[in-house]
Each structure stands twice: as structure tokens, then as C-alpha cells.
Design a protein around this ligand. Structure first.
Ligand code: PLP
Length: 397
């Protein structure tokens, strides 16, 4: 028997976020759903827009052979054109359908991107801004690079550009950013991204190869109070964008997203081939055909953020009244709350004993915090407040 040790380790260790969610589901069955306050998952509670349903119904008029058949590996030309046209309208760009490769969500988009740029066995590195989405490390290591964690600025949770400059060396192939951010809810300002871009340009010149900027943007549409979410390729030429409709259209189970290789990239044509080759190597074949068709109709469908906005207000008002410290969320649907003791796992266990289920920050590469996902019902937010109060009181505060 031969088993890959790394794959075994990933499978056996599981994701702690999913383990907390599974514990929450079992606990709900035991004591009642309204008595457990599960803030663990990033699964949107807002339904997909009606336009998605209408589009699916229209697609059913196609012959089954056409509807369920393979599409080109990069996606249906009509779907890639719909996405390119939408981006060009919104960001005043001139992308063509050929710059896009449709994927099974952002997870596949990221895996494809890392496999497109990393030379296996060459000791390369990808820098991430910590705290970060835990699967990044899995995808980066699987592509054959080392994941280098660079802490965000401790006060603002913007990119610490000086620390990033220190971490980048001749082995660095890319810096990965995610804004609006999971798990913190921060949105990187234009100035912050411009400062990062200046460092990346300087390092690319110094090392004689581009240091790519990978922008992972599944939460782009979920931004509050008119905060600007800058279009990263307009700030740095050698950017690759990974996107998904999991959050913006509430379609996480349908697995649809894309990689964009903007035409600003100095080695654009080679990158486009490498992205296609990585998709092939990884055996993705094509993104789900039905949802490629849905994109044609729904690519410009607005994201309904009203429920997240209401939850965000109720949660931040409630927790600040109780004296919790947190980072004011500008986007996504997560609140980054300071644990009431340095050990976030001890804090989590005390929270769990009160039926509160946030995610301890060690899952995201740092200590002393928890992530509270507020893509849940409003009743869950309101109903959880007595437990948050008891938790605070249990620390004598
Ligand atoms: N990137 C970030 C920051 C995420 O939070 C997620 C999912 O929660 C993903 C990527 C993966 O998204 P998808 O479900 O589209 O693969």
C-alpha cells in the first residue's frame, strides 16, 4: 500500500473551522437550534438572487446534450465574454475573453494560479498577509512553494509594507493579498496597495523577474459605507486576479469563479498558457457548465449586502456595549474580536461552554483573537448577546 504522507496529513487533520461547524450542528440537534450560536462558517445566509433561478430555468430549455456537455477548458466563450465585458464596464479596462479562465470557485482559481507560476523543486516562496484564509498554505505548498507569513500592521490590519519588503527575496514568486479580507474584514486602501506595488516593482527590477501580485477577491462586492475596493491590476501591472461567485451571488456549492490574467502583465501570453496548463494538470477539465451559463445572465446582478450590513451593526453595537475590542469591519462578513485572554483556544473553549462558536485565530496564523462570521440569521446575532455578556463577566470584567 502506498499513501502520500502529505495528503494523508491534510485529510487526517481536517479544517478546524469545519470541525467547529460539525460540533455546532450536533449540539443544535441535542439542545435546539436556537440555543447554539454558530459563527464558524463563511457560508452566506443570503439566498442567491431570483435572477439565478430564472437563468437556470431558461437553461433547462437547451437540449440535455448541450446543457450537460463539456465546455472548452477555459469556459464557454459567451460566458468569458460576459465576464470580460462586465469588468471592462466597471473598471474601464480592455480585457478580452481570452484573458479569463473559468474555474470551480476561488479555491480552484488560486490552486491554478500557484501551479501556473511556481517552479516545483526550485525553493520558491509566496508571501501571504497574516492572519489569512487557512487553505492558502495548503494550496501554496501543494504547488511546491513555501508559504511565508507576513503579519499585517498590528493597529490597522492593512498590509505592513515595510515587513513585506523585508520578507521578499530572490525566491519570492508572488505576494498574495485578499481584500475585503477574511478573517479580519479590513479593506486595503489605495495608498496601501500603491506602496506595496512600489516595493514589488523595485524587487522585480532587483531580481530580474516579476514578483506577481495575486489578488484573491471573493468578497469584492461585500463592502460597507461606500469604502473603495481598488481594482488591483490598475495599480500593479503584474497582477493576477482570482474571483468567485460563492459570496457575491451566494453560490458556494456550485463552484464557479475565474482567474484573470490582465493584459497589463509583461508576460501575459505565456501566463495565459500556464494558467490553462495548470488547470489541465490539476484535472479540472472545465468549470460547471450550467453555472457558466448562469454567469451570462447574472454577471452584473447586484450583491444583496443589506442583511450583512444589519448583522454587522447589531453585532458591533452589541459587542462594543459589552466592552469587547474588535476591528471595525469595512467588508466581507467577519468580525475580528480580541480574545479576553492571550490563549485564543482557552477563550474559545469558554465561549463554547456558553454555546458561542467563533473560530480561534490560530486557524488563521496568529494568536489572541477570534473570528465571528456574521453571515447568519439576525436572530442568531441578537440571541447570542446574553452569552457574550456572560463570557465577558466570566473574565471579571
Ligand atoms: N479565498 C477566501 C479569502 C475565502 O474566504 C474563500 C472561501 O471562504 C475562498 C478563497 C474560496 O472560495 P470558493 O468557495 O469560491 O472556492
Amino acid at each position: 500500500m502506498s499513501i502520500n504522507k502529505e495528503s494523508y496529513a491534510y485529510g487526517a487533520s481536517k479544517s478546524s473551522i469545519r470541525e467547529i461547524a460539525a460540533w455546532g450542528a450536533a449540539r443544535k440537534a441535542e439542545i435546539g437550534a436556537d440555543k447554539v450560536f454558530d459563527f464558524s462558517l463563511g457560508n452566506p445566509n443570503v439566498p442567491a438572487p431570483m435572477a439565478v433561478r430564472s437563468s437556470i430555468e431558461r437553461a433547462l430549455d437547451l437540449s440535455p446534450v448541450e446543457l450537460h456537455g463539456y465546455t472548452p477548458a477555459a469556459g464557454l466563450p459567451v460566458a468569458r465574454k460576459a465576464v470580460a465585458d462586465s469588468l471592462n464596464r466597471r473598471f474601464h479596462t480592455s480585457y478580452s475573453p481570452a484573458d479569463l479562465y473559468l474555474t470551480c470557485g476561488a479555491a480552484a482559481a488560486l490552486s491554478i494560479t500557484f501551479n501556473a507560476i511556481v517552479e516545483r523543486g526550485a525553493g520558491q516562496e509566496v508571501c501571504v498577509v497574516a492572519p489569512y484564509f487557512p487553505e492558502y498554505k495548503v494550496f501554496i505548498e501543494n504547488a511546491g512553494a513555501r508559504c511565508v507569513e507576513v503579519m499585517a500592521d498590528a493597529d490597522t490590519f492593512q498590509i505592513d509594507v515595510a515587513a513585506m519588503a523585508q520578507a521578499i527575496n530572490e525566491r519570492t514568486v508572488a505576494v498574495l493579498v485578499n481584500s475585503p479580507n477574511n478573517p479580519v474584514g479590513s479593506v486595503y486602501s489605495r495608498q496601501n496597495l500603491e506602496e506595496l506595488a512600489a516595493v514589488l516593482r523595485e524587487k522585480s527590477r532587483e531580481f530580474g523577474h516579476p514578483v506577481y501580485l495575486i489578488s484573491d477577491e471573493p468578497y469584492r462586492e461585500i463592502a460597507y459605507a461606500g469604502v473603495e475596493v481598488p481594482w488591483v491590476p490598475s495599480i500593479y501591472d503584474a497582477t493576477i486576479v482570482c474571483y468567485s461567485y460563492s459570496k457575491s451571488l451566494s453560490l458556494p456549492g456550485e463552484r464557479i469563479g475565474w482567474v484573470l490574467v490582465p493584459n497589463t502583465n509583461p508576460d501575459h501570453d505565456d501566463l495565459v498558457f500556464a494558467v490553462a496548463g495548470a488547470g489541465r494538470k490539476l484535472g479540472f477539465v472545465c468549470a460547471p457548465a450550467l453555472f457558466q451559463r448562469v454567469l451570462v445572465d447574472c454577471v452584473d446582478e447586484p450583491t444583496d449586502i443589506a442583511a450583512y450590513e444589519r448583522n454587522r451593526k447589531a453585532l458591533t453595537d452589541g459587542l462594543s456595549e459589552l466592552g469587547y475590542e474588535y476591528v471595525e469591519p469595512q467588508g466581507a462578513f467577519y468580525l475580528w474580536v480580541k480574545a479576553l485572554e492571550p490563549d485564543e483556544n482557552a477563550f474559545f473553549e469558554r465561549a463554547r461552554s456558553l454555546e458561542l462558536l467563533p473560530v480561534p485565530s490560530d486557524s488563521f496564523g496568529c494568536h489572541g483573537w477570534v473570528r465571528v462570521g456574521y453571515c447568519v440569521s439576525f436572530d442568531t446575532i441578537v440571541g447570542s448577546m446574553p452569552a457574550w455578556r456572560k463570557l465577558k463577566e466570566s473574565y471579571g470584567a
